[in-house]
Design a binder for this molecule. Sequence first.
Ligand code: C2E
Ligand code: CA
Ligand code: CA
Ligand code: CA
Length: 278
Amino acid sequence: AKRMRGNSYAFYHPSMKTEIARRLLIEQELGDDLRDHGIYFVLQPQWDTVKDELYGFEVLSRWRHPTLGEISPLEFIGIAEDTGNILKLTQHLFAEVFARVSRWIRQDGFDKKVAINITPYLLTQKSFFDDLFDLLERFRIPSSMIELEVTEETEMVTSEITLGNIVRCRDAGVSIAIDDFGTGFSMLSYLSYFPVDRLKIDRFFIDRIGNDPKSEAILRSIIHLAESLSCEVVAEGVETEEQVQFLRENGCAIVQGYLVDRALDVDEFERRFVKNVL
Ligand code: C2E
Ligand code: CA
Ligand code: CA
Ligand code: CA
């Protein structure tokens, strides 16, 4: 399903009725208590290709709806943003993820990176960070395990509050990654304004390795840029060995994509990567 924003229809078509009904249903349910609503998360491994070991994972949310079936996060995250429910939805998701990770830490000494997506709007909300640090304390999760991936789909507000929230993360050891780097709104201006810990290189460039010398040149520049800013890099959407080799040769060791694994359901992730959980 495509992300829908500010629907404005110039003419009538019968499918609009079901589209509108669908949207209303999703809006309404996002306003409810989110427990037992079928919202869950899957985990996609991030692999260190130099050490040849798990580096961490990205949390991706999912919604298995009783009547609408699987709803893409691109759709329901967008609707939650439009209707003011994104804070609640994200807090719900973080609490679920942290409960699970907390068990892995206690029982298995798990210490890998946990990367979670947030929308740029949340960077402007002090209450989001109050809640985040409360949760980390409650679940006794080291802040340094957490990375927030900020998508570039909407413009990031460069305010004092946002900067304060980012500095608070930095001080606590929570890292900030710019997601889809190289394709979004923001790009270079943010880097001069915000302390950023990681650039997540968009699949657009990874896809073109081996076919497009310009994209390869841009990739090398992004990796060098990251180095000179003391940022780390991770490549997303890695699907071939050729891509891994190019990335490793050019200084990007951490990869995520179908070559390593698809997003796994949490029990499967646990079976494969967490050893001693009872
Ligand atoms: P994203 O953060 O850029 O996540 C990567 C997307 O690419 C995921 O789609 C993932 O399943 C997919 N992907 C991973 N590896 C490969 C690959 O090798 N090849 C290809 N072709 N695709 C790959 P997904 O799970 O449908 O998520 C879509 C977007 O929805 C995410 O893009 C992210 O922006 C957003 N999203 C998902 N969960 C959350 C969330 O909890 N909060 C927020 N704010 N956004 C979320
Ligand atoms: Ca992401
Ligand atoms: Ca991304
Ligand atoms: Ca994206």
